[in-house]
Design a protein around this ligand. Structure first.
Ligand code: COA
Length: 263
């Protein structure tokens, strides 16, 4: 499929979606949301894709939020439809069965921060800045930010960031648990791809089971969470990978998981 606002590439089982409107710091308008959503459908339909990476074009920005220009034309109905499009796109992203890494190469503000938070984890460049500045525009985060940020960094920190709308640098984001790693701008994609390749070398079924167990277990009580894990553990034995992993260990060789990619 041809896209105007994103670049969609697949290489060695690793897909990359690059938000590509650098002249406005990759801000998201309705077209970008639609295209991103379509690209996620493509990823979902392609069995050969093992890991998805999201990043932004240029060296300045991942995504600087929703395209503010469009707010001037919004009435409540348009606002509702934009927000619903955002929610459906975020749900699609969150529910992808494969691991998704955000390579945050600059500003991750508003919807950009929300997209990054909906990924499984974030690597950030040293110049990256995170924030939910919607309050400064007289609105609040609308793509899940009031729910995801407190779950990642705790309620008090999330409230300070959302109430002030302030931006925080990558290192601070890492210290509060928002980003896993901070790399130089030049190193960012190499580090993300290295981790993506390590993940892609593992079994597809076990990766899926691990992701589902973590995601589904996070919002339930611990006892329910343990039950979710037990079912996910059992699910792993529907694949020959479980026997292959144990056999390879006992035979002192590298396991070959069905359909996995070499590191
Ligand atoms: N929507 C629309 N346009 C945006 C944008 C957004 N979210 N963020 C940046 N841009 C545009 C700017 O208007 C500017 O366009 P221009 O060259 O036609 O004037 C261009 O991108 C470059 O941005 P600029 O503000 O000049 O860069 P900067 O380095 O001085 O500041 C930011 C960068 C990210 C701090 C600043 O652009 C900003 O605060 N953006 C809005 C972030 C935001 O509130 N996001 C949440 C939206 S809900």
């Amino acid at each position: 499929m041809a896209y105007n606002t994103i670049i969609f590439k697949i290489r060695d089982g690793i897909a990359t979606i690059t938000f590509n409107r650098p002249e406005i710091l990759n801000a998201l308008n309705a077209e970008a949301l639609k295209e991103f959503s379509n690209a996620l459908d493509e990823v979902n339909a392609n069995e050969g894709i093992r890991v998805l990476i999201l990043t932004g074009a240029g060296e300045k920005s991942f995504i600087a939020g929703a395209d503010i220009k469009q707010f001037l034309t919004f009435n409540p109905l348009k606002a509702k439809s934009f927000s619903e499009m955002g929610r459906s796109m975020m749900n699609k992203l969150r529910e992808l069965p494969i691991p998704v890494i955000a390579a945050v190469n600059g500003f991750a503000l508003g919807g950009g921060c929300e997209v990054a938070m909906a990924c499984d984890f974030i690597y950030a460049s040293e110049n990256a800045m995170f924030g939910l500045p919607e309050i400064t525009l007289g609105i609040i985060p609308g793509f899940g930010g009031t729910q995801r940020l407190p779950r990642l960094v705790g309620g008090s920190m999330a409230k300070e960031l959302i109430f002030t709308g302030k931006m925080i640098p990558a290192e601070e984001a890492k210290n509060m648990g928002l980003a896993n790693k901070v790399c130089s701008q030049e190193q960012l994609m190499d580090d993300v791809i290295k981790t993506a390749k390590t993940i892609a070398s593992k079994g597809k079924v076990s990766l899926r089971a691990a992701k589902q167990a973590i995601n589904n277990g996070m919002n339930v009580d611990l006892t329910t969470g343990f039950s979710i894990e037990i079912d996910a553990f059992a699910l792993c034995f529907t694949s020959p990978d479980a026997k292959e992993g144990a056999s390879a260990f006992l035979e002192k060789r590298t396991p070959y998981f069905k359909g996995s990619l070499k590191e």
